[in-house]
Design a protein around this ligand. Structure first.
Ligand SMILES: [Zn+2]
Length: 458
């Protein structure tokens, strides 16, 4: 009996400890964030003077400080006067390609430095699957990655048969998502059928021929940038001959019939499709602030020169386009804010995404700007935080994994110096970030940020 027990012990110790090896590497320490105001994001509440214990990359306890006896090995993090929120998710991010490995590492760290602990990478190839695995094995510091595969455009999927093959290939390769671009209607329908058959979500853009309703009916998992909403709002009898939709409907914006908004909202709610507004994508290009001024924002110092140059040229080109004159862009920005508010208040599913690094969106930093834009659209700071914390975990159908501060969840946390529920811009005031149990205090964040800044100057 004694023998048997010993055997059982060894047996279970082996099997339990083995999968934890990788986790322990990043998170062998136990942390206790004490006397902190916890904003758990399960409901709108603040748990004052609480202690949160982090162990093996997970949150193991959340309780009033008076009730918690700290584990002996725990390193204490003073949370007095501070606010603890779950890590944020960038639902529309782009991790650069393998030709620039240093830029990739820098981008991953810019996410961490801004408390972005999960990223849905909206386009990729086999290299991004490797990056994802490296982060999972703690060989590379970074947020948890959900990886979309190569772009579904007419080159990748010229026919329904090609689309069918490509869906199966991407599923087999281990991608988490099919990124939609412009393909034929018939090809899209076949893609959707196969994707549903092999259980891989598809999201992103909507092909013009498919339109909003076509995508909602096909079960598209997410619509990014409010693609094709403007087209839906243009009445059937409007004269659109020779008019091109332009940039996310900028060319059609003067033709829309606002009385069609409730129908668009209703259909979206019924379909259960998620929206990733990426307000900043359009607001940055439409902004009357000159591109030359925008690239002087403080966070721009972390971006490579050629990327900044690209943004500058893009905005200046767009400002000369006929469909992008102030009246049209102002109407487009207003419509997108209105859609955000209407969709949200009607119960449509919304997740936070900024589309970084596109058009003045510096990875990580841009998500905080996006949150400010969502507040400008009429959501409360709490409602906006839901779109960046709890909602992404629902989108990925893993609410037990992350998105709120509760025992058992991944230890992805941001310690703030001010209350974000009072003012959303307080999410900028980061004192520390914990990613999968790995702790970065302000000093550690600043040190690495300074290296990234310096590298850009060399
Ligand atoms: Zn994108």
């Amino acid at each position: 009996m004694q023998y048997f027990k010993k055997f059982l012990f060894l047996f279970s110790a082996f099997f339990i400890s083995y999968p934890l090896v990788a986790q322990e590497k990043a998170a062998s320490k136990i942390y206790a964030i004490t006397h902190v105001n916890v904003i758990p994001m399960d409901t709108e509440q603040i748990l004052e003077n609480h202690t949160v214990i982090v162990e093996n990359g997970r949150i193991t306890r959340v309780a009033p400080s008076a009730e918690v006896k700290l584990p002996q090995a725990a390193e204490e993090i003073d949370g007095r006067g501070r606010y603890l929120i779950p890590g944020l998710t960038e639902m529309h991010g782009h991790i650069p390609g393998e030709d620039r490995p240093q830029y990739v590492e820098d981008v991953l760290f810019l996410y961490i430095a801004n408390g972005v602990t999960t990223v849905r990478n909206m386009l990729g190839n086999a290299y991004h699957l490797k990056v994802k695995k490296k982060v999972e094995r703690d060989e590379l510091p970074g947020p948890k990655i959900f990886a979309a595969g190569p772009f579904f455009n007419k080159k990748l999927a010229p026919t329904p048969e090609a689309a069918d093959r490509e869906v199966r290939l991407q599923k087999e390769a281990g991608y988490d998502l099919l990124k939609m671009g412009s393909i034929d209607k018939e090809t899209y329908e076949r893609m959707a059928m196969t994707a549903n058959e092999v259980s891989i979500p598809f999201g992103g853009h909507i092909p013009e021929e498919v339109g909003l309703i076509g995508a909602l009916d096909a079960g598209q998992r997410s619509i990014d940038h409010y693609d094709r909403y403007v087209e839906f709002l243009v009445p059937d009898d409007a004269t659109t001959e020779g008019v091109s939709a332009g940039f996310f409907g900028s060319g059609l914006i003067q033709l829309i019939d606002r009385s069609r908004i409730p129908e668009a909202v209703k259909r979206t709610v019924e379909a259960g499709t998620w929206n990733v507004p990426t307000l900043s994508l359009i607001e940055h290009l439409a902004s009357p602030i000159a591109a030359e001024k925008m690239i002087n924002r403080t966070e721009m110092k972390y971006m490579p020169e050629d990327v900044l140059d690209g943004w500058l040229k893009f905005k200046n080109t767009y400002s000369k386009r006929q469909d992008f004159q102030p009246e049209a862009t102002k109407a487009l920005v207003e419509l997108r804010r209105e859609l955000t508010k209407e969709l949200h208040d009607s119960g449509a599913k919304i997740v936070l995404g900024s589309d970084a690094p596109q058009f003045f969106n510096v990875p990580g930093f841009s998500l905080h700007r996006e949150m400010e834009m969502m507040v400008n659209a009429g959501l409360t700071p709490y409602e906006v935080l839901v779109t960046g914390t709890r909602n992404p975990s629902l989108y990925f159908e893993t609410p037990e994994e992350f998105g709120t501060i509760e025992p058992g969840k991944r230890a992805d946390l941001i310690l703030l110096n001010a209350n974000p529920l009072e003012d959303i811009s307080n999410t900028h005031k980061i004192q520390a970030v914990i990613v999968k149990g790995k702790y970065y205090n302000r000093e550690a964040l600043d040190k690495r940020l300074a290296e990234i800044e310096q590298a850009g100057k060399d």
